[in-house]
Design a protein around this ligand. Structure first.
Ligand SMILES: [Zn+2]
Length: 447
């Protein structure tokens, strides 16, 4: 099992100077290595249509890779002896970062999604370095002995979990000071294979976004946190004030500092809210079903709507843009993809993603179609007389889809569908749940 614990460091001003110097040297080298890789691409390509049949080839250079760049660190230390100050593994890890960002750009990550072109880092964007082989033995009372930096005071605000060995140590410069992140691993505990079978009693479904941050299938609604909006108002004021100050002035610099601190505060409040919400949900159930949605899709612009004469009518865009803002500052993606799965795993529980198609447009009780506009906040079903908030309805449906309750009734639906096709209701909407519709709602369950 792997954990990451972060602690505050209290370096002396001399140590701070060293840390800053290291970061600066590493940044320069990082940028240089990145440039080396870009140069190789530039020099070793030739557009096919611009290539004469007979031409002289320039002497081809070897493509710089992780190993060649790591090897180049040895002559670097001879040319520039001040680089000897940095711990050798920290320096090598920097070469690893170049490789990682370049690989993400060329090949993509393990899921194949590619990142943008790696950027040269400015001083503000290179703020951490890594000791790839840390050890618990570095800890000495209220201090930690960092190789080549010395003993630095740490605030151990919570004890290290017993039985764990430190793997790596990342030193980070944040807006309010220095931090150390220790990656901890316990070899004796095997990686848990969670074999929890979801059933009606040990699971809940949750609906994310729209009017509430979360609506679960038990009927609880968790609202968007207000403090984010409040902090954003403050932020906007500070930013306006900053624009009035001359560039490069001390006043502007100070305002910049206040703005970064406020950003940090917002991020921390948000993270705490996420953790508390996740714990609250995990107290209720062992398996949590949630919709597998791309947040990017949710914050897309509304389609324009026209009436019969071709005039544009209200399409709810203003409402949606307010909604998009809520999405953006509530960090739904962070919650659904990182915090909740992590907390669940730590507690020995599970999260399961479910295809959300149709979960807002059907009744959770009788599964009939109940079409809604984005602005309809209430679900009221004419067939079964169900009345509840729209999001709760979606939460319940997500639970049913997740549990595969649909497949239990599969035969019935096939029969209903056959009947519906045999007697086509001319000009009328079908009253039955057709297999097509079922397949759409329960696409993943029925195959
Ligand atoms: Zn109904």
């Amino acid at each position: 099992m792997q954990l990451a614990y972060q602690y505050r460091l209290l370096p002396t001003s001399e140590q701070q100077a060293t840390l800053n110097r290291w970061l600066e040297m590493l940044r320069h080298q990082y940028n240089w290595m990145l440039a080396e890789r870009f140069d190789w691409w530039e020099q070793n390509r030739n557009p096919v249509n611009a290539c004469p049949l007979v031409c002289q080839l320039p002497e081809l250079k070897d493509q710089p890779d992780y190993y060649s760049q790591k090897r180049a660190l040895v002559p670097l230390k001879q040319d520039r002896p001040w680089y000897k100050e940095i711990h050798s593994q920290v320096l090598q890890d920097m070469a690893g970062r170049v490789k990682l960002s370049f690989d993400r750009y060329i090949k993509g990550d393990k899921n194949g999604s590619r990142s943008g072109k790696p950027r040269f880092k400015s001083q503000n964007r290179y703020r951490s370095f890594t000791y790839p082989q840390a050890s618990i033995d570095w800890i000495d009372g209220n201090k930690i002995d960092l190789p080549k930096i010395g003993e630095v005071k740490v605030i151990w605000h919570r004890p290290l979990p017993p039985g764990f060995e430190a793997k790596t140590a990342i030193i980070t410069h944040k807006a309010d000071g220095w931090y150390i992140t220790l990656t901890l691993q316990d070899e004796s505990v095997p990686e848990q294979v969670i074999e929890l079978e979801p059933n009606w009693d040990n699971s809940i479904g949750i609906d994310l976004g729209l009017e509430h941050f979360i609506a679960d299938s038990e009927g609880e609604l968790i609202d968007y946190p207000k403090f984010l909006r409040v902090a954003q108002g403050k932020l906007a004021k500070l930013q306006q004030k900053r624009e009035l100050r001359r560039k490069g002035s001390v006043a502007r610099k100070k305002l910049n500092q206040r703005i970064t601190r406020l950003h940090q505060k917002i991020a921390r409040q948000r993270y705490q809210f996420h953790c508390e919400t996740a714990n609250r949900l995990l107290d209720k159930a062992d398996v949590i079903f949630l919709e597998d949605l791309s947040i990017r899709n949710m914050s897309r612009r509304c389609k324009p709507k026209q009436d019969e004469e071709g005039n544009y009518v209200a399409n709810g865009r203003a409402a949606k843009s307010g909604l998009n803002k809520s999405f953006a500052d509530s960090g739904l993606g962070q919650f659904a993809n990182q915090v909740l799965p992590f907390k669940a795993e730590k507690a020995g529980k599970r999260t399961v993603k479910v295809d959300p198609t149709g979960t807002s447009q059907h009744c959770a009780i009788c599964l009939n179609r109940v079409p809604k506009e984005l602005s309809d906040r209430w679900h009221s079903c004419e067939s079964c007389k169900a009345e509840m908030p729209r999001d709760t309805n979606s939460g319940m449906l997500i639970k049913k889809v997740g549990l595969g309750i649909a497949s239990l009734k599969k035969l019935d639906w096939v029969r209903l569908g056959r009947e519906a096709r045999a007697v086509p209701p001319s000009g009328q909407r079908r009253e039955y749940v057709t297999p097509i519709r079922v397949a759409r709602i329960f696409g993943q369950v029925l195959d």
